[in-house]
Ligand binder design. Structure first.
Ligand code: HPA
Ligand code: ZN
Length: 337
């Protein structure tokens, strides 16, 4: 049986995307040179050649090292603009962008430099690339809850530039419950919440993200499938999961794409979406993720369209904006059939 034609360039939202993970080696070298910062790799090829990971931690080591060259507002603006241009070519019509402020403030880069640089790109994304975009500020879970709370306070004056808070970095040993108070404060400030859970950590971490952090979506969440009661809960409450297939293979959560549980998630009526996570490191942007996983799991056209529609429905857009994008998906499908 031949695989169904892929719909990789369907209009879609990307909801799990770390802007620092879009930092392509060419741009790392360019900005390093501009800022007069030495990097411990001889060439773009040598740096790209180092992208072989054993797990999340081995990736994070390189990820944090590369972002050291980001110093000025224009660096963050250029990073974000470069991603948006690629996203447009991938059929992305809306993106909710993660950023890791503590990875920059800990190196002496001012919080406002990061937010203002990223937000400048976000503000012009509709006009320049036809993409609506929002920012989600992630806390590094291997740092303390106090550090996260201090970071939340820095965000307060930026008001509506940031729509939500998230939780990323080393998962195992840093459960969501560690950040219950910080997330309560964020919710009280009017921010929405999401969290990485069930990537390397157990299903209990997903329960904690739901119960303690009141998340609107679970990032990754692939290990939820080990807990039947959790699967039922996620399906009944239509809680979106932002799945990142190429990331999961690169970080060895699954040995290969054929072993990925995305199809099983859809069969269980879960509201799964497909995303790229850290595309510069994991071998593909969101259309590559969709195309490769659709082929590996033999996803039907309807399943691919469902994934795209889920991404719009799971976003933090208004009802009217969602309706417009869903109609755009229907029109795209009609034009193809
Ligand atoms: N998991 C956790 N933290 C991260 C990731 C991820 O996939 N990417 C960037 N920070
Ligand atoms: Zn992630």
């Amino acid at each position: 049986m031949t695989a169904a034609p892929t719909f990789a360039c369907l209009p879609k939202a990307e909801l799990h995307l770390h802007i620092e993970g879009t930092f392509e080696p060419e741009l790392i070298f360019k900005i390093a040179q501009r800022n007069n910062i030495a990097i411990p790799f001889e060439s773009v090829e040598a740096l790209r050649g180092a992208y072989q990971f054993e797990d999340l931690q081995s990736f994070l080591y390189l990820y944090y090292q590369a972002m050291n060259v980001l110093q000025k507002e224009e660096d963050f603006y250029e990073l974000c603009s470069a991603y948006l241009q690629r996203a447009q070519a991938n059929g992305v019509v809306h993106v909710e962008i993660f950023f890791d402020p503590q990875a920059h403030t800990s190196r002496g880069v001012h919080f406002d430099t990061v937010v203002n640089g990223l937000y400048k790109a976000v503000k012009e994304s509709k006009e320049k690339y036809g993409i609506t975009s929002k920012l989600i500020m992630c806390f590094l879970r291997d740092l303390s809850a106090e550090s996260a709370m201090d970071t939340l306070k820095l965000a307060e004056k930026h008001g509506e530039k940031i729509i939500a808070v998230g939780l990323d970095s080393a998962e195992v040993g840093n459960p969501p419950s560690k950040f219950k108070k910080v997330f309560e404060a964020a919710l009280a400030q009017g921010l929405l919440t999401v969290a990485h859970a069930g990537e390397e950590g157990p299903p209990d971490y997903v329960w904690e993200a739901l119960n303690d952090l009141k998340v609107s979506r679970v990032d990754h969440g692939v290990r939820s499938m080990e807990d039947p009661a959790l699967v039922t809960h996620l399906a009944e409450h239509r809680i979106p999961l932002t799945v990142c297939p190429l990331s999961n293979v690169k970080l060895r959560v699954f040995p290969d794409l054929k072993s990925h549980n995305l199809k099983h998630m859809l069969d269980c009526d879960l509201m799964a979406t497909v995303n790229s996570d850290d595309p510069a490191y994991f071998g593909g942007y969101v259309a590559d993720n969709l195309e490769q996983v659709a082929q590996a799991l033999n996803l039907s056209r309807d399943e691919q369209v469902r994934l795209a529609k889920n991404s719009i429905e799971a976003s933090f857009l208004s009802h009217a904006e969602k309706a417009a994008y869903l109609a755009q998906i229907d029109n795209f499908c009609k034009a193809l059939s």
